[in-house]
Design a protein around this ligand. Structure first.
Ligand code: ATR
Length: 279
């Protein structure tokens, strides 16, 4: 794909953004399937958020992703927020159409796609989510929509785990989620949504000391390193794993679908995965 005068811009806003892998995986896809889009990362200072969005509107951007620390504060600047992003109180993808801003959140869907791609199911399974922050919310809500038997939330700050359980129960109209003080035994699915184990603190393992059954599926959203201490423990116990690149790619492809209407394809997934494999 060549950049020409008809190429549209999409991108990422956040602070900082230098570590982001999104420009790499998006660009690899656009090149490979000849999408006339260019994806750039913009490091936006907190006082410049509103101006930068006006600028993107004026320049005819097709849309943009939003990352830390703006996923919540951007909400008030968006014209139409989809009900799901509204419930989560967080946006990671904005589409620009006819001069208006449409807000979405593809994090939860991205995580579920990564899961389903491995032919794994959440239905009737017992799930434990470690963490209750910005990443845990979309994952928890989206997992709850897949009808698990229960969702236990373990968080360092118990009160925040309680708030997340309330949110999941409110959104799904169920009593499926509850806060717990430690990881229960014999859960079917364990998901780490914290940054524990991320480089440079790669020795941290949020399930250290837990005995795992080989039937347990262990997922980590940390992708740097890809094989975290938690996932290494899972593999040595014979468990199936989903590493953090799954959610990274899943949410990116959902954003592309929102911007271009192109549904997620296995081929697109492979292109992004191969790009990450080069790192
Ligand atoms: P993000 O948006 O990346 O999810 P966040 O909203 O700050 O970031 O949430 C980070 C999550 O990781 C929180 O659940 C946090 O626990 P607290 O609610 O107690 O802050 C959890 N977390 C971060 N560092 C941790 C640590 N060293 N031990 C245990 N939990 C940790």
């Amino acid at each position: 794909m060549e950049i020409t005068s008809s190429t549209s811009i999409v991108g990422l806003i956040g602070h900082p953004v230098a570590h982001s892998l999104s420009p790499r995986i998006h660009s690899a896809l656009y090149q490979s399937i000849d999408l006339d889009l260019a994806y750039l990362a913009f490091d936006i200072l907190p006082g410049d958020l509103a101006d930068s969005i006006s600028g993107m509107l004026a320049l005819g951007f097709k849309g943009f992703n939003v990352t830390i620390p703006y996923k919540e504060s951007v909400l008030s600047l968006i014209d139409i927020v989809d009900p799901y992003a509204q419930q989560l109180g967080a946006i990671n993808t904005v589409r620009i159409g006819n001069g208006r801003l449409f807000g979405h959140n593809t994090d939860g869907e991205g995580f579920i796609q990564a899961f389903k791609r491995e032919n794994m199911s959440i239905k009737n399974k017992s799930v434990v989510i470690i963490g209750a922050g910005g990443a845990a919310r979309p994952i928890g809500v989206y997992m709850a929509k897949e009808s698990p038997e229960r969702i236990a939330i373990v968080n360092r700050t118990f009160e925040k785990g309680k708030i997340l359980a309330h949110l999941i129960n409110d959104v799904t109209g169920s009593q499926i989620a509850s806060p717990v003080s430690q990881i229960p035994e014999n859960m079917d699915i364990i998901v780490n949504t914290t940054s524990l184990g991320m480089w440079p603190n790669i020795r941290y393992n949020p399930i250290s000391g837990l005995s795992l059954s080989p039937e347990t599926i262990v997922c980590d959203i940390v992708y740097n390193p890809r094989m975290t201490a938690m996932l290494r423990q899972a593999v040595s116990s014979g468990c199936q794993i989903v590493d953090g690149t799954g959610m990274l790619i899943g949410q990116a492809l959902s954003s592309v679908q929102i911007w271009t209407g192109k549904p997620v394809k296995e081929k697109y997934w492979q292109i992004m995965q191969e790009e990450l494999d080069k790192l």
